[in-house]
Design a protein around this ligand. Structure first.
Ligand code: MN
Length: 245
């Protein structure tokens, strides 16, 4: 993939570069400079498993780990790079026919990007001889947010067990009110890439524009560009870019 103009990248994708820090990737996971905020953008790479395929036996078997990492996770990385390259080509062309591909490519970006990020976190979340109970700041925040470790665990178990079809159980930090939350993701995309930091958002629910624009969402989206507070967006970028390893 050719280097993408950094400003274009920020406009279309948000701070992918800062995402690694935000979700607390280790040095091993931030392989090949994915978290560098300067210089040309690089392709995503499959991080090596931080342990042998059989390290989690008997809880997760060797063959599952090998297939899951080498085939499934690798496919997310490949798909993510293809989506990024496809979007770059669309921006370069700018033709209406190519811009019509943005919906599908964004779907692919979200699906593969979230898959890459969540699997990277997942591998790091496990180790040979793991288990026990959390300690330190994590233990304190779990107590603060959920009441107790056992209550958190029951909550997490219920969320993960009841995911319809494919998905994830997640423990996440919610920065708006500074607390831990448990989430469940059904699939993992829905046009969102986990780990990205929102910088500029536009509400396109009908309640946000229907009184004035009725069904003409296009006109509402066009009008948005007349009222953006770019200094605010820039401040958010500065904050997001500080969230490094
Ligand atoms: Mn998986």
């Amino acid at each position: 993939m050719k280097a993408i103009n950094r400003r274009e990248m920020m406009g279309s994708l948000g701070t992918l570069a800062a995402a690694g820090g935000w979700i607390g990737l280790t040095q091993n996971e931030a392989v090949a400079g994915e978290t560098s905020t300067d210089g040309p953008l690089r392709e995503y790479v499959l991080p090596p498993l931080p342990y042998d395929y059989d390290a989690l036996e008997p809880h997760i078997d060797h063959q599952t780990m090998q297939l899951h990492h080498d085939k499934h996770h690798a496919a997310y990385v490949k798909g993510l790079n293809e989506a990024i390259a496809g979007l770059e080509a669309v921006r370069k062309s700018g033709s209406p026919d190519d811009l019509a591909k943005v919906r599908g490519l964004t779907d692919s970006l979200a699906f593969n990007g979230s898959g890459h990020l969540l699997h990277t976190v997942f591998w790091g979340n496990m180790k040979k001889g793991g288990g026990g109970e959390p300690k330190g700041a994590l233990a304190r925040q779990i107590e603060r947010s959920f009441g107790s470790y056992s209550a958190f665990r029951a909550h997490f178990d219920a969320a993960a067990t009841k995911v319809q079809g494919s998905g994830w159980g997640l423990l996440a930090w919610e920065p708006l009110s500074a607390r831990l939350i448990v989430l469940a993701a059904e699939k993992h995309q829905n046009l969102t890439m986990f780990g990205c930091v929102p910088l500029l958002v536009l509400d396109v629910w009908e309640h946000a524009y229907y009184l004035k624009y009725q069904s003409d969402r296009t006109a509402y989206v066009k009008a948005f560009w007349n009222i953006i507070h770019w200094d605010n967006v820039d401040q958010r970028l500065s904050g997001a870019m500080k969230l490094t390893l």
